[in-house]
Design a binder for this molecule. Structure first.
Ligand code: PEP
Length: 249
């Protein structure tokens, strides 16, 4: 079965709930399609407002993080159980900004991803190399390690449910997009590694996204590569041109 592409927007810490509501009210009809899965990962405080506006459409709402415990003394955190109770189907896990500014480790990414699966939330697991690592030809080694820790303890069935986002850190928010060949090469390596550990069925089913300075101008060439099943889009997901990213074909 062909993999359905996903175009996920990562709003990061942008838009107040009111502005979020206005933005999605304006964009709803333009982004509503069943050709690809559109997911808007919005700040926690805007989840409810955005979800209400998008009710009845095909557009899904996601969170940008979640805690791995169900509840307890974790001031300021939000659990997967809370998100699931709201009917939130996706959560980004291990975005490079969380790894960099909040010291999220590969192990935490793994525990959060396992918890997301247990809670019925699809984790969009982010992995990616720094410019220094790429320049010193360590890209594949770094990606392989991040991936193997992230999926530790998962089954082949779990793998078919998760989404992996290959996001080279040097391309995030920089305007320096990976070439389709660079992105494809790493996404193919990710799929190969999944196949070696979980079998061909899991490798064929898992959806692998590219993220890093995707725009309406480069989406088509990136997303038509055989191992790239769509994108995780930051800056451009807050622009009216996001419509063109979604309808990249
Ligand atoms: C991101 O936030 O995951 C991202 C890829 O950002 P941008 O598209 O702005 O590079």
């Amino acid at each position: 079965m062909p993999r359905k592409k996903i175009i996920a927007g990562n709003w990061k810490m942008n838009l107040t709930p009111k502005k979020a509501e206005e933005f999605v009210t304006d964009m709803k009809a333009k982004l509503d399609t069943d050709k690809v899965e559109v997911v808007l990962c919005v700040p926690y405080v805007s989840l409810h407002a955005v979800q209400s506006v998008l009710k009845g459409s095909n557009i899904k709402v996601g969170a940008q993080n979640m805690h791995y415990m169900d509840k307890g003394a974790y001031t300021g955190e939000i659990s997967g159980e809370m998100l699931a109770d709201m009917g939130i189907p996706y959560a980004i896990i291990g975005h490079s900004e969380r790894r960099e500014y909040f010291a999220e480790s590969d192990t935490q990414v793994n525990i959060k991803s396992l918890k997301a699966l247990k809670t019925g939330i699809t984790p969009i697991i982010c992995i990616g190399e720094t410019l220094k690592q790429r320049m010193s030809e360590r890209t594949f080694c770094v990606i392989s390690k991040q991936l193997s820790i992230a999926v530790d303890g998962m089954t082949a069935d779990d793998i078919a449910k998760i989404v992996i986002a290959y996001e080279p850190i040097w391309a995030i928010g920089t305007g320096k997009v990976a070439t389709p060949e660079q992105a494809e090469e790493v996404c193919a390596a990710i799929r190969k590694q999944i196949g070696e550990k979980f079998g061909q069925g899991a490798a064929d089913a898992v959806r692998i996204l590219y993220g890093g300075s995707v725009t309406a101008d480069n989406a088509n060439t990136l997303f038509k590569m055989p191992n790239i099943d769509g994108g995780l889009v930051g800056g451009a997901s807050l622009q009216p041109t996001f419509e063109k990213v979604v309808h990249f074909e």
